[in-house]
Design a protein around this ligand. Structure first.
Ligand code: SF4
Length: 368
């Protein structure tokens, strides 16, 4: 059963080889937190992000050293790179020339139409899209005054102003994000914007916080919007290693049944019937399968009384039994395994299963 509304059609744009909008799979993004000018650290972090499934990466470009570093970083990575610019149009031009695949900047904040025109001309020359990223914390003063604060309506008006500036330069390769740190305003702003425009939308809740509040806010905000058919690319924002952002992003997509990538682990909460150290087993399995790409549903259940039945939809599962563990497939018990071999046997079965799958390409396992 799906709880998803039809996806809202948006016009397609391209960030490098990745299509955003136009019914392309919803792309998962993240942002590095290394100093961009440190080529080795930034390239290393992006390669880890790629391995986790990140499809587009953004790097901060606070100065010319960072802009120049893009040239070397770009050579060492496989996914498109977006340069994040604030205020200084020269950085945008330098980043584009250094090989960035897209720019994130707000044309209203770079000091006048002549500078906007210069950036647009450079973006056109290099075939780059621009993301307008409105943040509730940095709305224009007149908008704050008009709406009595950073409201959803004010954020949308700000975004459309920036769009208008790009349109006046005959530039249309645009995507938009509207981020507030609370779920209510974020959702309200995207809903409103999606009624007013068909540009692809980059969805996220900004400054969502540490791991627990961050995941909850992102899952709610991004999840509500995706369920309503709004959003073409997502970024989970966490005060953590950005690899965690990518993992959470896929979990949101998987939970909604929008994309399937890697293992979906179903584990029981345990109760008085639990016969194994389930917390440890689940954690071990999750870690071991972190970089598996092919979709597989795995159940890790505490007891054999209810385990296999409760996890009937799992491709493979284990359940704790008396002195042994039970391996099951699609709810049917296959064989008994000594406790100490449970994880090893399960991982071997998962490997066998994923190797037999027709594809390990995440983009071919996407639903619109
Ligand atoms: Fe309890 Fe068994 Fe259900 Fe786990 S699978 S919650 S141990 S009854």
């Amino acid at each position: 059963m799906t709880i998803l509304s039809d996806r809202k059609p948006t016009r397609p744009i391209h960030v490098g080889q990745v299509q955003i909008g136009g019914m392309a799979p919803i792309a998962v993004q993240s942002m590095t937190n290394t100093p961009t000018a440190d080529v080795e650290a930034t390239t290393g972090q992006i390669l880890r992000l790629e391995r986790a499934g990140c499809e587009i990466v953004r790097v901060a470009v606070p100065d010319m050293a960072a802009a120049a570093a893009i040239r070397s970083i770009r050579k060492g990575i496989g996914i498109p790179l977006i340069a994040d610019i604030h205020f200084d149009h020269r950085l945008a031009i330098a980043a584009a020339r250094a090989g960035a695949d897209g720019l994130r900047l707000n044309p209203g904040n770079i000091g006048g139409m002549d500078k906007v025109a210069a950036v647009v001309s450079c973006a056109k020359d290099h075939g780059l899209p621009i993301r307008i990223g409105v943040n509730s914390g940095s709305l224009e003063k007149d908008i704050l005054k008009k709406y009595g604060g950073a409201t959803a309506e004010g954020m949308v008006e700000s975004a459309l102003r920036h769009v208008e500036m790009l349109h006046s330069c005959d530039f249309h390769e645009i995507k938009i994000s509207l981020k507030a740190s609370d779920v209510g305003r974020t959702v309200a702003a995207y809903r409103l914007l999606s009624q007013k425009t068909d540009f692809p939308l980059h969805v996220g809740v900004t400054e969502a916080g540490g791991i627990f509040p961050g995941i909850v806010k992102s899952a709610l905000g991004i999840g509500m919007l995706l369920a309503e058919g709004i959003g073409d690319t997502i970024r989970v924002s966490l005060t953590r290693d950005p690899v965690e952002e990518v993992r959470v992003g896929y979990e949101i997509l998987k939970a909604l049944g929008i994309r399937r990538r890697g293992p979906e682990i179903i584990s029981c909460p345990t109760c008085g019937r639990c016969r194994i150290n389930l917390f440890e087993v689940a954690e071990e399995v999750e870690k071991a399968l972190m970089y598996v790409v092919a979709p597989v549903k795995i159940a890790i259940m505490g007891c054999v009384v209810n385990g296999p039945g409760e996890a009937r939809e799992a491709d493979i599962g284990i359940a704790g039994g008396d002195g042994v563990g039970i391996l099951f497939k699609k709810g049917e018990v296959v064989r008994k395994v000594p406790h100490e071999k449970l994880v090893e046997v399960l991982l071997a079965e998962v490997e066998r299963f994923t190797a037999s799958q027709p594809t390990a390409d995440p983009s071919s396992t996407c639903m619109p």
